[in-house]
Design a protein around this ligand. Structure first.
Ligand code: ZN
Length: 318
């Protein structure tokens, strides 16, 4: 089968063996997949991953139990043991024995076929297109912010970074009516915010007043954290959505001085994300900048690193 493999360098291959499903797993034909910042970080060495990349996708189950056969699905990325101490205490996304699709010890979705545990699957409502459903994973990650910090009408919130994830996080936060702004450097993505009634602010026009209650850092770069430090008020909260290939956390002393709470934030609730997409609560379709065939995967990666694009998708099996 075909796939995009990372092993010291990213390469397109058409001679990959088909995946062998483990106990409780099925095989899914990938229809459409999204490239995200984490994929780029992996190609710079993050997580030390080797294998098929990719973890944002929608596909059709081609082998597995009758419950799932033929269903169009999206898939949670953490594959967990259900028996370790963390799994047994409700922290299964942090399972001590977990593999993570396309990130830790398990092949991902930038391939014709992918194996996944059936318990990770969510059926996609018929009313959702593939182009919408492919956003379930990053949108779930955006909803995770709401589970970690309390935000209401009086909360002053800045989202730092107007890229793919920043735009999803901002749309989710906008629903709760907080005083919200999105800080970025890209005119296209800031215009997207304005169109959605979200206050855009260019990083160039910024004055750092340390007056925000909550800052959500979505830039994917260490400078984003520094900027967040300059925005958050004493005893405020920074939510970190970025992962970096290099340490790059910079100086954390302002965290101590200003008694800031830093909350790491990762994967989130898929069912909420799918329900939100079905209600058309968030606009995702106009976030798709370009779609490439799988064999053009390297080109797609380059395009998605370009600041002018928002989301780049891989059309794999349609
Ligand atoms: Zn476990």
């Amino acid at each position: 089968m075909r796939g995009l493999v990372y092993d010291k360098a990213l390469a397109f291959r058409d001679d990959l063996p088909e995946p062998t499903p483990g106990e409780g797993e099925c095989v899914i034909a990938v229809r459409l997949a999204g490239i995200c910042a984490t994929d780029h970080q992996i190609t710079k060495g993050y997580a030390g991953f080797r294998g098929v990349l990719g973890h944002e996708w929608v596909g059709t189950v081609v082998s597995g139990s009758n419950r799932w056969l033929g269903k169009r699905v999206v898939c949670e990325i953490n594959c967990v043991c259900r028996t370790c101490d963390l799994c047994r205490t409700g922290l299964s996304t942090h399972c001590r024995n977990r593999t993570v699709m396309g990130i830790v010890g398990r092949d991902g979705c930038f391939a014709d076929l992918v194996a996944a545990p059936e318990m990770n699957l969510h059926e996609v409502p018929e009313t959702l297109s593939d182009e919408e459903a492919v956003f379930a994973e990053p949108l779930a990650a955006a909803y995770q912010v709401m589970q970690q910090v309390r935000v209401d009408e009086r909360t002053k919130v800045s989202v730092v970074g107007s890229g793919r994830l920043g735009l999803l996080v901002a749309q989710v936060l906008a629903k709760c009516g907080c005083a919200l702004e999105v800080i970025g450097r890209n005119a296209n993505t800031l215009a997207f915010c304005e169109k959605r009634g979200i206050q855009p602010r260019s990083v160039k026009d910024l004055s750092l007043r340390k007056d925000r209650d909550v800052v959500v850092e979505c830039t994917g770069s260490p400078e984003g954290l520094e900027l967040a430090m300059g925005l958050v008020r004493p005893r405020g909260t920074i939510v970190l959505k970025s992962t970096y290939a290099e340490g790059g956390v910079g100086t954390l002393s302002p965290v101590v001085v200003d008694e800031v709470t830093v909350v790491g934030s990762r994967c989130g609730p898929f069912s909420e994300a799918l329900a939100s997409l079905a209600r058309r609560d968030v606009e995702v379709r106009s976030m798709v900048s370009r779609v490439f065939g799988l064999e053009k995967g390297l080109e797609a990666f380059e395009a998605s690193a370009d600041r002018g694009t928002i989301k780049v998708l891989l059309n794999i099996g349609r």
